[in-house]
Ligand binder design. Structure first.
Ligand SMILES: *[C@@H]1O[C@H](CO)[C@@H](O)[C@H](O)[C@H]1NC(C)=O
Ligand SMILES: *[C@@H]1O[C@H](CO)[C@@H](O)[C@H](O)[C@H]1NC(C)=O
Ligand SMILES: *[C@@H]1O[C@H](CO)[C@@H](O)[C@H](O)[C@H]1NC(C)=O
Ligand SMILES: *[C@@H]1O[C@H](CO)[C@@H](O)[C@H](O)[C@H]1NC(C)=O
Length: 293
């Protein structure tokens, strides 16, 4: 079964447009950071739900939602990967749940839904497993600033180049910048990046701010909690993604100065995503964010 799923991902990946999600590298890294900060009880609970006692139990499912959305069965979940903030960057940024979460759902309603479903004692184990996979993915995606932005389809319609190759602004944030820094997506590369960022959280440059990343987290109000994350992430659209306006990046090669300025923000957002995912899973499993170093 496991073999079958990974074969499917490899095969289907070649048909995917370069859309809508931290690339695999970002998602694996978020998952490994979370694995570093969950409690033993949380680890046991989610290894049970995911039927995987390996150290990769979160990373192995972190990109599942990106293949599921392209299946007939999972097509309904496409809008769950983002929230289309109808703000006005770079002049003003902001997310408004009632304005921006469409009738078919968005990443905030999805985090709310799957947080409820993963805790259900009446759903089938297959539904609970799906809920866990979706949470691991969406708590990653919500930290990519362009997943919290409507302009130009979250930057997908802004053509740019990166290291000479044509791509778009969204894909540069999802994939090009992470891979230029940490290498092509692999579990090993992600683990190394996750170790670096986890050390920065425990004892390095993020140590003094990491606690503040958990502010406002309330497991009984996932909409309010994840709106805090979406608003935080969306603010980087104004400050870092297009501080000089969207047209300033159009048809520009972003692998030089732009890369250098964006990389620290991407590192920070990946670190926050992993740390918040750990705290969220701890809340689900134990009722406390109690981060275990
Ligand atoms: C958690 O598990 C690890 C390895 O299995 C063990 O070394 C550690 O003492 C445990 N921590 C707690 C707080 O029980
Ligand atoms: C759990 O995993 C084991 C070994 O990988 C497999 O044999 C078993 O069928 C799985 N159980 C479920 C419920 O999927
Ligand atoms: C909640 O998740 C289930 C299973 O994926 C899905 O069928 C349903 O549409 C979701 N509901 C909302 C409100 O997102
Ligand atoms: C925005 O403009 C400022 C001032 O010209 C420049 O220093 C900065 O690199 C630009 N940033 C981006 C992301 O284009």
């Amino acid at each position: 079964m496991k073999m079958h799923i990974s074969t499917f991902i490899v095969v289907s990946a070649s048909f995917l447009p370069s859309v809508f999600c931290w690339g695999s590298l970002g998602h694996y890294t978020v998952a490994y950071i979370a694995s570093n900060f969950v409690t033993n009880a949380t680890q046991a609970k989610f290894q049970g739900i995911l039927n995987d006692t390996s150290a990769d139990y979160l990373a192995s499912v972190a990109t599942y939602a990106d293949s599921y959305r392209y299946t007939d069965e999972g097509g309904y979940s496409k809008p769950f990967h983002y929230i289309d903030a109808n703000d006005n960057p770079p002049a003003s940024c902001g997310v408004d749940y009632s304005r921006d979460c469409g009738s078919e759902g968005c990443i905030v309603s999805a985090i709310n839904n799957y947080t409820e479903r993963v805790q259900s004692s009446t759903l089938s184990s297959a539904d609970v497993t799906l809920a866990a996979k979706m949470l691991v993915h969406f708590i990653g995606d919500i930290h990519q600033p362009l997943h919290d932005e409507n302009l130009a389809v979250g930057g997908n319609d802004i053509p740019v180049t990166f290291d000479g190759k044509p791509t778009n602004l969204h894909a540069v944030w999802d994939t090009s910048i992470p891979e230029k820094y940490a290498g092509k997506a692999s579990l090993e590369g992600a683990q190394t990046w996750a170790t670096t960022l986890s050390t920065a959280i425990k004892s390095g440059s993020y140590k003094s701010s990491a606690k503040s990343w958990l502010a406002g987290m309330d497991i009984s109000d996932a909409v309010t909690s994840s709106m805090i994350w979406a608003t935080d992430s969306n603010s980087y659209v104004c400050s870092s993604v297009m501080p000089n306006g969207s047209t300033e990046t159009e048809n520009v090669d972003l692998s030089g100065d732009y890369y250098a300025e964006a990389l620290p923000i991407i590192q920070l957002q990946i670190a926050k995503a992993g740390y918040r995912l750990a705290a969220w899973l701890n809340l689900i499993a134990t009722g406390s964010t109690c981060i275990q170093g």
